[in-house]
Design a protein around this ligand. Structure first.
Ligand SMILES: [Zn+2]
Length: 379
């Protein structure tokens, strides 16, 4: 066999491999382009929902990672037909949660961006798209002269609270997010991660915030407040570890007294997601019930205050939780089917009369409903 023939024989499989590779690249490209176009058309179709009436104050609660089966498990655990969040709702439905990221479910950053700005973005981005800041309802509210607040049961640098109070290309840019929040003009930040914020205490104070690490140190007369606690208790709150409901009630009273033009407040229960990531049923239920108790405290105080719109929802489902009629004793970690987010729709509840809302809406439409009331533009 000559050298040339040998070389030709070696080349043939190489050619086939190249052609196969080229085909794979082409097909993948066409599929991705198709998905991208379909997603863009889907996003373009989202319209505003005509809502009616007017509310002075707007409160949005977000249970991070809470799907319908989380609620079903909560009912079974408590032995009730409905959680408070369900029984008190004037309107209940479900929301789609997808982000601009084509493959897979949304993350909390893109979902928070959708719920805060009414616009879709890619996973990981905080109220930004293609390098451009997206205006959040918190910013719209400040322009209207409303008081504003952001509360979370994790540090407020987390993706969900950050979506309502900062702009960043990457949700992990916590220093950038924290500094953006300090100069945001938002009246009140309350959350966990005290150890993290202690390092920023000087800068937080220099930005005009009263820095507090105990509930008793929250001063209702302060111009602006930044509370960071070692932990947010799910029940039996203490001075050092208040509950989310305690913080929500303080915030509502503080913000109501601050402005004659009303307030916009976002409240997140952050750990339903984290416990679902680790498939921890008991821990998930503890935080789900804390979220339900927070909604109860908020809805009851809102009724006393009057003129207050309260909406509760989730940013995405976490854990692919399955529920098939299990009793309280049968609830188990094995009911989670994954350790990540799913594409399942999430519940939304409205606790005030706002007119007719379709049963299935998109998460961006929740932001647009809030904005309609912030701008006082409802029919
Ligand atoms: Zn998550």
């Amino acid at each position: 066999m000559s050298d040339t023939t040998e070389r030709k024989r070696m080349k043939k499989p190489l050619k086939i491999a190249l052609i196969v590779l080229l085909c794979v690249v082409l097909v993948t490209g066409v599929v991705f382009a198709g998905l991208a176009i379909a997603r863009a058309v889907e996003i373009d179709r989202i319209g505003d929902i005509a809502v009616v009436g007017g509310y002075k104050n707007v409160i949005l609660l977000i249970g991070d990672g809470m799907g319908f089966n989380h609620i079903a498990a909560g009912r079974a655990f408590l032995g009730v037909d409905e959680l408070f969040m369900e029984s008190a709702a004037v309107i209940a439905g479900e929301a789609t949660t997808y982000s601009r990221t084509i493959i897979g479910p949304t993350d909390s950053a893109a979902a928070a961006t959708a719920l805060a700005t009414g616009q879709k973005t890619d996973n990981g981005m905080i109220a930004q798209y293609l390098g451009k800041d997206l205006k959040s309802n918190t910013e719209y509210a400040m322009e209207q002269g409303m008081a504003t607040g952001v509360i979370a049961s994790e540090g407020v640098k987390g993706a969900t609270p950050a979506g309502f109070s900062a702009h960043a290309f990457n949700r992990n840019s916590t220093d950038e997010i924290t500094r953006d929040q300090m100069s945001s003009g938002i009246d009140l930040f309350l959350g966990g991660a005290k150890d993290f914020y202690d390092d920023y205490a000087g800068d937080i104070a220099a930005s005009g915030y009263d820095y507090a690490t105990a509930a008793s140190a929250l001063d209702p007369a302060a111009d602006k407040i930044w509370g960071a606690f070692s932990d947010i208790a799910t029940s039996d709150g203490t001075d050092a570890t208040p509950t989310l409901a305690d913080l929500a009630v303080f915030a509502m009273n503080y913000l109501a007294a601050k402005s004659d033009n009303g307030f916009f407040l976002m409240i997140e229960e952050s750990h339903i997601d984290k416990r679902s990531h680790s498939n921890d049923m008991k821990g998930m239920l503890e935080h789900l019930i804390a979220y339900d108790n927070t909604i109860k405290a908020v809805v009851q105080l809102a009724a006393e205050m009057g003129d207050t719109l309260v909406i509760a929802t989730a940013d995405h489902e976490t854990g692919g939780l399955q529920y098939n009629g299990e009793s309280a004793a049968e609830l188990s970690d094995a009911m989670f089917t994954k350790g990540s987010h799913s594409t399942a729709n999430v519940p939304f509840f409205v606790y005030s009369d706002i007119g007719a809302v379709p049963n299935i809406i998109d998460n961006t439409q929740i932001a647009r409903i809030c904005r309609t009331y912030i701008l006082n533009e409802a029919a």
